[in-house]
Design a protein around this ligand. Structure first.
Ligand code: ZN
Length: 55
């Protein structure tokens, strides 16, 4: 049995945003989850907190 290099079972490092469909860059040492969260907070903040509208 040969160990396969590269292609295959590795987890996808760049998750895609469900909202805008863009690839989300995962900073070094981060995992996908927090990176997605960060993207949401930066780009889709209104999605994260739909009820809070400052008036
Ligand atoms: Zn997005």
């Amino acid at each position: 049995m040969r160990p396969k290099k590269g292609a295959s079972v590795a987890k996808p490092k760049s998750p895609k945003c469900r909202t805008c469909g863009k690839r989300i860059h995962v900073p070094k040492g981060w995992s996908a989850g927090p990176a997605v969260r960060r993207h949401y907070w930066r780009v889709h903040r209104d999605v994260m907190q739909p009820e809070k509208s400052g008036r």
